[in-house]
Ligand binder design. Sequence first.
Ligand code: GLN
Length: 542
Amino acid sequence: MKDVKYVFVTGGVTSSLGKGIIAASLAKLLQAQHFKVTIQKFDPYINVDPGTLNPYEHGECFVTEDGAETDLDLGHYERFLNVNTSQDNNVTTGRIYKSVIEKERKGDFLGKTVQVIPHITNEIKQRMLLLGQTGNYDIIITEIGGTVGDIESLPYIESVRQLVWELGKSNVVVIHLTLVPFLASSGELKTKPTQHSVKLLMESGLIADILVCRSDRPLGKEIKHKIALFGNVHPNDVIESLDVCTIYDVPMKMLEEGLNVQVLKKFHLTPTKKVDLSQWKDFLYRIKNPKKKVTIGLVGKYIELTDSYKSILESFIHAGAQLETQVDVRFIHSENVDHDSVTDLLQNLHGVLVAPGFGSRAIEGKLTAIQYIRENKIPFLGICLGMQMAVIEYSRNVSGFKKADSTEQNLETDFPIIDLMTEQKSIVTKGGTMRLGAWECELIEDSKVFKSYNAKTIKERHRHRYEINSQLAMEITDSNFRIVGVNPETDLAEVIEISEHPWFVGVQFHPEYKSTVSQPHPLFVSFIRAGIDYKQRQLVAT
Ligand code: GLN
């Protein structure tokens, strides 16, 4: 059997230090040396998956090709590595307990008391090793969610401790990410939180091999030495991670600091290739030296926490890089859009994206925004709920069905142009029951969307329960408002567009989940290009 190596990334001192980005950056460097790498995340919360979480809790729910609803860090992994993750790449405490309890009910542990150690830790270890056994990987990087010292993280830390013992030191590397804060009053960087955090890890029996230290200024030799001494590592294993202006700088910083070199040394692995990041550098150059600039509005109801729209925002960056254009995003709360405010809010934008969402809060604002965008011929991309709202707006204001609505927001509507999918009607439980993952869609050849993809059959990821009601679709579509993409098996409408408009596209699926650094999504590229053209036309007209 292949000798797979395992890297574990733990976090200390505080949350939000960017373990996911460090894990993704290390993976990028190892991938650039031709190692086959994947990343997985273990989250200590009890939800079976983040699908039932409000975006305000942990930000966006990222959907994989095989339909897993996962933590947003998986989005970073895919965007950095350009490889798909799957159901197996995100495990939660809920999933672990569910599986152990199901085994207990089946009688698998008959006669035994089922306990955190060994039953929960065995289940965790089995999941931690799974991708190493089923996939074709050289190195598996596992991010442990939460912060060391949290009660709920303990079984994970204990599982890693056991794996170090079982697999041997040369097969497991533990990276600990900490914070080295600067105290303005004393004018000093402080290492004590890091010392305590390493100690806390040791109390759980785990010794960090590498310390990655987040800081807003360079650590310097002395501080590095101090951290090494008290952290029980070699000074070369103290890696500085400075604040940077874009997350895409982090792989370059980790390369400078030699994170990949230190990891490979511990595994006794000799790379056959030098790190080749030429494509990545080109991408970085493009985002830092744009030749043009557009301002795009993002209309949604979760804008207080911009992480709710993480993949959309990253897709703008990827598309912008391809077009050498800086995409400035203006966040617009749909609650603030009404007939009095809409002109002020939208008139200076070069494109507007109406975001996905659930429930009925702030729906009227989205409809008002879309009417303005359609009438003023501003480039528009509607994603999932955003697309459904575009259909309702056209039905009401152009096709004349004043009462048109979605049954998600109004069960009593006389004209349910958006309705629950038939297979959803008998579903009562919420978790993991939406139409999820990648499905095929066939595009009509004389459409703008076909031009963007330059392909007839595409495959995109979904996360929804409602759809365009096929019984009523005929009544609102015309030569101007067309359904230009359908699922070949079910005929489900997937894409709409307006012909007499420079770029008005709505998609039932989520293109943002498939945009990566090396493959910006064609729809985002076309949308931003339409924004550039729109800006140009506005300049000529004034
Ligand atoms: N709430 C809508 C549905 O379930 C849209 C979902 C979304 O925007 N992801 O169909």
